[in-house]
Write a protein that binds this ligand. Structure first.
Ligand SMILES: *Cc1c(COP(=O)(O)O)cnc(C)c1O
Length: 355
């Protein structure tokens, strides 16, 4: 038995793996593998159409929002966003609350002015800055909803009239939110949506077309919208895996149903961490991520021992990010409550033996 707490690429539902493997051998009884059919065939067009329709349905998007599947990972969005949205003399506001947000800021500076409105760098990003002002003239306000590496999360939408742009790579589809409030949402698929190799981008169409610079076709959101995410060959298989995961999510009751389970998983995890002195969660209670629980063991010898115990009991992916150290348990949609139960039981046993 393996319990998969990987941070990304990460766990997907077992039935998605089953369906996806069948499609590699014989897709929709066509006698062909999904890996050898043209992307402009009706067979694949149906996949793309269903994936887009499911995103719109599950996220309750209005007609003004377009759904795109693009290449390049979330990191490409760090520069594609300012390239499409920000003129050189305009200012975009950015919140600096983790490794990924820092990278987004660096890339945005290549295209326009950046105002960093708040930062939690002073305490190694273990909290979310509050009460920061956002300049009235800002073109957009960018923030990371879930800091995958540091384990913090912003679950409610910040109060502002500035158009919102959010990196939701590691918590998209994990809890309900008024997604129509956003001018642009992006997420690398490999954490909560599907296989690596594709990005989900949701953009409010009338927010585009306000920059002077020339944009290469492959980086131009408007051209991708016009081409229905098929400006060139899309990552066919990655889109297919997303579609299967979205189908699974719908069958499971949608985002609200998963949110309930995600709340239970995180509650159990943090309750265990707070009760056992051996483990020390690094994030302040009010800003803890429901997706990625980050914690340390202060005694290096015990740390090694616990890592070995995890290995022995099939707990995969619990070693913390190299920049933070310690441990990180990622609890994405596809991770069942029973896996968190297994890990927290192991933690309790370990603490009892060592305490
Ligand atoms: C993983 C991650 C990224 C980077 O994604 P890539 O697809 O590897 O570029 C960006 N932002 C967040 C919040 C992430 O978790």
């Amino acid at each position: 038995m393996v319990y998969n707490f990987n941070s990304g690429p990460s766990i997907l539902p077992g039935e998605v793996f089953e369906e996806a493997s069948k499609a590699i051998l014989n897709f929709e009884n066509s006698g062909l593998s999904i890996l050898e059919i043209g992307h402009r065939t009706p067979l694949f067009q149906a996949v793309m159409d269903e994936a887009i329709a499911l995103v719109k349905e599950l996220m309750a998007l209005d007609a003004g929002h377009e759904v795109l599947f693009l290449h390049g990972g979330a990191s490409t969005q760090f520069f594609q966003i300012p390239m499409n949205l920000l003129n050189e003399n305009e200012t975009a506001a950015y919140l600096d609350c983790g490794t990924w947000g820092t990278k987004a800021i660096k890339e945005a500076r290549l295209f326009g002015q950046v105002a960093v409105v708040g930062s939690s760098k002073d305490k190694n990003y273990t909290y979310i800055p509050k009460g920061y002002p956002i300049p009235a003239g800002a073109k957009y306000f960018h923030y990371t909803t879930n800091n995958t590496i540091e384990g913090t999360q912003i679950r409610s939408i910040p109060e502002t009239t500035i158009p919102l742009v959010a990196d939701m790579s590691s918590d998209i589809l994990s809890h309900t939110l008024d997604f129509n409030r956003f001018a642009l949402i992006y997420a690398g698929a490999q954490k909560n949506i599907g296989a690596a190799g594709v990005n989900l981008v949701i953009v409010k169409k009338d927010f585009l077309g306000t920059v002077d610079r020339k944009i290469p076709s492959m980086l131009d959101y408007r051209q991708h919208i016009e081409a229905g995410s098929m400006l060139n060959t899309p990552p066919v298989f990655a889109v297919y895996v997303c579609m299967l995961t979205l189908r699974w999510l719908k069958k499971a009751g949608g985002i609200a149903a998963l949110e309930k389970i995600n709340n239970e998983k995180a509650a159990l995890m943090y309750k265990t961490l707070d009760e056992l002195p051996v483990f020390r969660p690094t994030v302040v209670p009010e800003d803890r991520s429901l997706m990625n629980a980050v914690f340390v063991i202060d005694d290096p010898a015990l740390e090694k021992e616990f890592l070995a115990a995890c290995k022995e009991h099939g707990m995969v992916g619990v070693k913390g990010h190299r920049s933070v150290g310690g441990f990180r348990a990622s609890m994405y949609n596809a991770l069942p409550l029973s896996s968190v139960k297994a890990l927290t039981d192991l933690m309790s046993d370990f603490a009892n033996k060592k305490g």
